[in-house]
Design a protein around this ligand. Structure first.
Ligand SMILES: NC(=O)C1=CN([C@@H]2O[C@H](COP(=O)(O)OP(=O)(O)OC[C@H]3O[C@@H](n4cnc5c(N)ncnc54)[C@H](OP(=O)(O)O)[C@@H]3O)[C@@H](O)[C@H]2O)C=CC1
Ligand SMILES: O=C1O[C@H](COP(=O)(O)O)[C@@H](O)[C@H](O)[C@H]1O
Length: 483
């Protein structure tokens, strides 16, 4: 049955670059329920047609591989725009009336997307409640909330409390676009649709895990946001911890929102909180050279653009296995990858005694080279028993239908419309994640903060980070994917 998607922040960047192109693609694939409507709300004074025209340009640019005039014309007919200020109660009354006039009688529900500044989330929720727009007697009423969800544990708790005053938890969809990435979901398939990996997915066989989200880009014109956030808030509290949860979680009994999130939350509970000397020994901080010259960055800023956290899960499966979480801007290339490094064989039979096998390693490439590689030792042909590392390589682009993987927002919008919250963060998940990050942020802002290393852009972060790994007899998997 038809439904309505109301986007607050209709004139903004996310709406034009991601949300509308994703909705257009879903529409083109006939995945949106027949008769669905999209209503944009923001303060800018557009007419419906002006908004449609501005979005056409975005869709031509951001869905250029599938744009066609005929589909666009049909899609554009579903788009409406209503000028409105989130701070103005009357505008929510007008919205309620407007929705009643455009929606057909048998309408299944409404999805509100808060694609606006985080400072406005609470106000928007409050106003939705005051106008009765949360009332789900005649159809579902759900709300998608963009990141960042709070700036620390205290603010995240306050935000949760105020949203819960208006919407039930099952109506709330906190987005983390990494969970919408097809290759992140493929980790579930790899782990839980196969028998061969699970038996060795534990402390007996795994030496350590590296989770890297490297970005080639620098902060661009986002100093206003970025300099107050820094990389721990921007990337670790959400995306990196999500990747860690999916890698470390136990198999859920069923693949549904409650069970998947229960298992993820158990991982967060088991992550050892850093204290005392851990902040110096188990973290690395960096800032790229030139950051202080970026427009809008204070000359003395000590905001991190690179970080490493060494985390442990204190549970039976993972006790003693370090999870290295690393992210940086201005890195050598764009790559998101999870490397599960297995232990060495207990006794070396082949090759030079000094050369330990680099060992067995599973590399899950999340982006942009979406695929999985298994590294293992094979005999060097026509040698005495010498070995070298070979690779079994699976790439999504080589599989039927794998050429163009859907963008995260397609998947997440569709899931929210169908009421599947498995790939959205629950309130306890968000709060627990802040509970892990907050003490590190506090230590990094204290007089005893570990050093902030400068690094050249275009490399793999500070050289000190490489040395830090060597001291642990380990090595970063610094490999740019071949596209
Ligand atoms: N852009 C991106 O790639 C990503 C964005 N996000 C998150 O998504 C959210 C939106 O980001 P982005 O689109 O970049 O932000 P923009 O600054 O581009 O857009 C903000 C939107 O909010 C509207 N707005 C501002 N004040 C009000 C108000 N009082 N009442 C109604 N509307 C208002 C603005 O329109 P107007 O001025 O016309 O009112 C505009 O449409 C943020 O929370 C961001 O953190 C998350 C991941 C990626
Ligand atoms: O949430 C964010 O993610 C992007 C990286 O997302 P990706 O899908 O391109 O990997 C990051 O650049 C941005 O700083 C952060 O806010």
């Amino acid at each position: 049955m038809a439904n309505t998607i109301v986007i607050f922040g209709a004139s903004g960047d996310l709406t034009s670059r991601k949300l509308i192109p994703a909705l257009y693609r879903l529409f083109q694939k006939n995945r949106l329920p027949e008769g669905s409507l999209i209503v944009g709300v923001s303060r800018s004074n557009f007419e419906h047609q002006q908004w449609r025209d501005s979005l056409r340009t975005s869709v031509e640019e951001f869905a250029n591989d599938c744009f066609d005039n005929e589909t666009w014309a049909r899609f554009a007919d579903t788009l409406y725009y209503l000028p409105g200020d989130i701070k103005n109660a009357d505008d929510f009354e007008s919205l309620a009336e407007f929705l009643d006039t455009i929606e057909p009688e048998h309408h299944s529900g409404r999805l509100y997307y808060l694609s606006t500044m985080p400072q406005l989330y609470e106000e928007a929720i409050k106003q939705l409640g005051a106008a009765g727009l949360n009332n789900d007697e005649t159809g579902f009423r759900r709300v998608i909330i963009e990141k960042p969800f709070g700036t620390d544990l205290k603010s995240a708790r306050a935000l949760n409390a105020s949203i819960h005053g208006v919407f039930r938890e099952d109506q709330i969809y906190r987005i983390d676009h990494y969970l919408g990435k097809e290759t992140v979901q493929n980790i579930f398939a790899l782990r839980f649709a196969n028998l061969i990996f699970e038996p060795i997915w534990n402390r007996r066989y795994v030496d350590h895990v590296q989770i890297t989200v490297a970005e080639e880009v620098v902060i661009g014109r986002r100093a206003g946001y970025y300099d107050t956030a820094g990389i721990l808030r921007d990337m670790f509290q959400n995306h990196l911890l999500q990747l860690m949860m999916i890698t470390a979680m136990e198999p859920p009994a069923r693949y549904d929102a409650a069970m998947v999130r229960d298992e993820k939350v158990k991982v967060l509970h088991s992550i050892r909180r850093m204290t005392g000397g851990d902040f110096a020994s188990d973290t690395v901080r960096g800032q790229y050279k030139g950051y202080l010259k970026e427009e809008g960055v204070p000359a003395n800023s000590d905001t991190e653009t690179y970080a490493v956290l060494k985390l442990y899960c204190d549970n039976w499966r993972w006790k003693g296995v370090p999870f290295y979480l690393r992210s940086g801007k201005g890195m050598s290339c764009r790559t998101t990858q999870i490397v599960v490094q297995f232990k060495n064989v207990p006794h070396i039979l082949f090759g030079e005694k000094t050369r330990e096998p680099v060992g067995n390693r599973l590399v899950m490439q999340v982006q942009p080279a979406e695929g999985i590689q298994l590294h293992f030792e094979t005999k060097v042909p026509d040698s005495e028993m010498k070995t070298r590392t070979s690779t079994l390589d699976f790439s999504f682009s080589n599989t039927p239908g794998g050429k163009s993987l859907p963008d995260s927002y397609q998947r997440l919008l569709l899931d929210a419309l169908t009421g599947d919250a498995s790939l959205f963060a629950r309130s306890d998940e968000v709060e627990l994640a802040w509970g892990i990050i907050d003490p590190i942020l506090a230590a990094w802002r204290s007089p005893a903060a570990p050093p902030l290393y400068e690094y050249e852009t275009g490399l793999w972060g500070p050289p000190e980070s490489t040395q830090w790994m060597y001291k642990q007899d380990r090595e970063w998997f610094d490999v740019c994917p071949v596209l």
